[in-house]
Design a protein around this ligand. Structure first.
Ligand code: CAA
Length: 382
């Protein structure tokens, strides 16, 4: 598919594909099986400049646009979805909001090491008893001299036990509901800040997912991101950007499933011929390729709107909704094409299906994407 990519964007894809094929793909199966957090992949991405690919060069980033981010997420996730997840939570959910909302001191102190990949970032909005209803959070932050004291728990946090810098959303005034939410930057090692056990997940098993616990955790006022009460807006805008990455991740997983399927169908024989010669298989592959391209168009449209400074919330939600449901549908078809072999860990397609499922859930479920889209449509058309 030609989307009028620039030479730089084409070179980026080629470089990433090489790295992903040589370094990430083989390791993906092992780390999925062992649940091992791939620190070496983080170092590799840092060395390639990926951990700060969209960050302003002033803070040591690559200064690239969201089309590039989308390309990066697709290629990484095609080889290893866990690695894509680690990078996206770090970059789009932690580094980028610090760039967009942080003050100079915070950017010097925290954004620079995040962009370099010497520190890893995380984002914490969801809680054990509220995920989709983000404003209903129970974590509190109480003013105490030059500090805020955080109490509560966050759940399903990507890079949970592995990060160094955490963007935490907490209620500074619960009566104000979403207008009482404030964003805090909390560093690993802060007193009263601990992690729960790693979640034993269906997919993206090499990424770390834990709860975070705050027990009278003291956070300096200097670590408030933007202003008190800006937290909900920061979270929503951050997720808008993150959803472009999630759509790209789903596309990468689906593309991997497609490529494995067409190759398998070309060598597997049944009833005296390659299964690729049966229309039943051809139709599945045709549908896969068509839907993958459609998802790419939606995703690049959202990325382009982001890069042009246009409203992109609805476009990002549409891209994530379509791409994630597409990836789920077609990874199941990829298993069907592989038959019994596809149901075993000898082939990668069962992992693709397990990894695809999370894209319908995190950074807003498919149901939440439909709510975001419907709300935007009402504003646009009524
Ligand atoms: N950008 C900026 N502001 C926004 C916004 C956006 N995209 N969306 C909403 N807002 C603002 C609204 O304008 C409104 O502001 P005012 O009161 O000033 O007018 C305010 O936010 C409240 O808006 P709503 O009334 O629409 O809010 P709501 O409580 O009904 O919730 C929601 C809206 C879209 C359902 C939201 O709760 C939501 O996105 N939920 C899903 C949360 C989510 O995606 N969680 C994923 C967790 S992160 C993760 O998964 C990462 C990981 O590590 C795994």
């Amino acid at each position: 598919m030609d989307f009028n990519f620039t030479e730089d964007q084409k070179m980026l894809r080629k470089m990433l594909r090489d790295i992903a094929e040589k370094e990430l793909k083989e390791r993906a199966k092992e780390i999925d099986k062992s649940h091992r957090f791939p620190r070496e992949n983080v170092e590799l991405m840092a060395a390639a400049g990926l951990m700060g690919i969209t960050v302003d060069p002033k803070y040591g980033g690559g200064g690239m646009d969201y089309i590039c981010y989308s390309i990066a997420m697709e290629e990484l996730s095609k080889a290893c979805a866990s690695t894509g997840t680690i990078m996206s939570a770090h970059l789009s959910l932690c580094a980028m909001p610090i760039q967009d909302w942080g003050n100079e001191e915070q950017k010097e102190r925290l954004l620079k090491p995040l962009a370099a990949g010497s520190k890893l970032g995380a984002f914490a909005l969801s809680e054990p008893s509220n995920g989709s209803d983000a404003a209903a959070m129970n974590t509190t932050a109480t003013e105490d001299g030059d500090n805020y004291i955080l109490n509560g728990s966050k759940a399903w946090i990507t890079n949970g036990a592995e990060a160094d810098v955490y963007l935490i959303l907490a209620q500074t005034n619960k009566e104000l509901k979403h207008k009482g939410v404030t964003a805090f930057l909390v560093e690993k090692g802060a007193e009263g800040f601990s992690f729960g056990k790693p979640e034993d997940k269906l997919g993206i098993r090499a990424s770390s997912t834990t709860q975070l616990h705050f027990d009278n955790c003291k956070v300096p006022k200097a670590n408030v991101l933007s202003k008190v009460g800006d937290g909900f807006k920061i979270a929503m805008q951050t997720l808008d950007g993150g959803r472009i990455g999630m759509a790209s991740q789903a596309i990468g997983i689906a593309q991997a499933a497609f490529e494995d399927s067409i190759k398998y169908a070309n060598v597997r024989e049944a009833f005296g011929q390659k299964i690729l010669d049966f229309q039943a298989i051809q139709f599945k592959l045709a549908d896969m390729a068509t839907d993958i391209d459609a998802a790419r168009y939606l995703t690049y449209a959202a990325a382009l709107a982001h890069d042009n400074g246009e409203p992109f919330s609805r476009k990002a939600a549409q891209a994530k909704l379509f791409a994630s449901e597409m990836a789920m549908k077609h990874t199941i078809q990829a298993i069907q094409i592989h038959g019994g072999y596809g149901y075993t860990t000898e082939y990668n397609v069962e992992r693709y299906m397990r990894d695809a499922k999370i894209t319908e859930i995190y950074e807003g479920t498919s149901e939440i994407q439909r709510i975001v889209i419907a709300k935007a449509l009402e504003k646009e058309y009524l």
